[in-house]
Design a protein around this ligand. Structure first.
Ligand code: PGA
Length: 263
C-alpha cells in the first residue's frame, strides 16, 4: 500500500484527481470504478477542471459505480445515480452508453447483480477503482462481516451507516435499509485501487485499515491483500497513523527505488 498524506482536503482532491487523470491519459478507454459520498466530491471537481482546462478526454472510458440504495429510482434526488450526474457526468464528455450505476428500483436485485458483474467482465474488468471509507470501515456498502469473496449483491446497511447517511435525508426513517453493492471480491479484482479519506472522524478507521489486522469486521482491511493500492489522505484522517514518517519518506524518495535496483 502506498500512503500519501496531504495537508488538507483540497490537496487530497488534487492529488487523487491527478492520479486518475494520468491513468486516463495512459489508457484512453480506461474502465473506472466510481464512488459516491462527501469524500470524492472535490476529486470530481478537480477532474472536471482538468477536463475543461487541459482537455482530459473521457469519451472512451467506461465507468461502474460501486453501489446504490435499493428502492430509489435513478432520478431520485438522494440516489447515487443522481449524485453522479450532478457532480460529475454532466460536466464531462463521458459517453453515457458506457456508464453503469446499479439500478436501485430494479424488480429483481439478485438478477440485476449478476448482470452487473457480467458487464464488468464484458469490458475486461475495472482498471482503477476509486473508494471512500465508511465510519464503520466499509468499502462500497460492504458492511462489517461481509465476506472477502463477496460479489455484487444486496446488503443490509449497518446502523452506523444509516446514521451517517441520514444527513442527506429529511429523517432517519427515510434512509433506505438495503443497497446493491459490489462485493469485496469484485473490488479486489480491480487492477489498481485508489482510496481517499479526509477529516478527523475518519482517523480511527483509517489507522485500523492501514495498520491493523485483516478482519471482515473492518472490510477495508481486505485492501491489504491487494497488490496495487494507493491511499490519499488529508492530515486529519492520517492523524492516528503511527508510521507516518516512513510513509512520507517513501513518498518523497520513490525515485530512489529505481536507482537502487541492480546495484
Ligand atoms: P463519505 O462516505 O465520503 O460521505 O464519508 C464514505 C463511504 O461511506 O464510503
Amino acid at each position: 500500500m502506498e500512503i500519501i498524506v496531504t495537508p488538507n482536503y483540497e490537496e487530497m482532491s488534487k492529488t487523487s484527481a491527478k492520479i486518475i487523470a494520468n491513468e486516463i491519459r495512459r489508457k484512453h478507454d480506461l474502465v473506472l470504478g466510481l464512488a459516491t459520498g462527501d469524500t470524492p466530491v472535490g476529486t470530481y471537481e478537480e477532474l472536471v477542471k482538468i477536463h475543461k482546462e487541459e482537455g482530459l478526454d473521457f469519451s472512451k472510458i467506461s465507468s461502474f459505480n460501486l453501489d446504490e440504495y435499493v428502492g430509489l429510482a435513478p432520478l431520485h434526488k438522494n440516489s447515487y445515480n443522481y449524485f453522479m450526474h450532478d457532480n460529475f457526468f454532466k460536466h464531462i464528455n463521458i459517453n453515457m452508453a458506457n456508464v453503469y450505476v446499479p439500478q436501485g428500483n430494479t424488480n429483481d436485485p439478485e438478477e440485476f447483480s449478476r448482470w452487473y458483474e457480467l458487464q464488468i467482465k464484458r469490458v475486461g474488468g475495472i482498471d482503477l477503482q476509486i473508494l471512500g471509507i465508511g465510519g464503520d470501515g466499509h468499502i462500497a456498502f460492504n458492511e462489517p462481516g461481509s465476506s472477502f469473496a463477496s460479489r455484487t449483491r444486496v446488503k443490509a446497511l449497518y446502523k452506523q451507516t444509516i446514521e451517517d447517511n441520514s444527513r442527506f435525508f429529511s429523517s432517519m426513517e427515510e434512509v433506505p435499509r438495503f443497497a446493491i453493492t459490489m462485493g469485496i471480491g469484485t473490488i479486489l479484482e480491480a487492477r489498481k485501487i485508489l482510496l481517499i479519506a479526509n477529516g478527523k472522524k475518519k482517523a480511527d478507521v483509517v489507522a485500523s485499515f492501514i495498520e491493523g489486522p485483516v478482519t471482515s469486521q473492518i472490510t477495508a482491511t481486505a485492501l491489504q491483500l491487494h497488490t496495487h493500492v494507493t491511499v490519499v489522505l488529508d492530515q486529519d484522517a492520517a492523524s492516528k497513523l503511527t508510521r507516518t514518517e516512513y510513509y512520507n519518506w517513501v513518498r518523497d524518495n520513490k525515485h530512489m527505488v529505481h536507482k537502487s535496483v541492480g546495484r
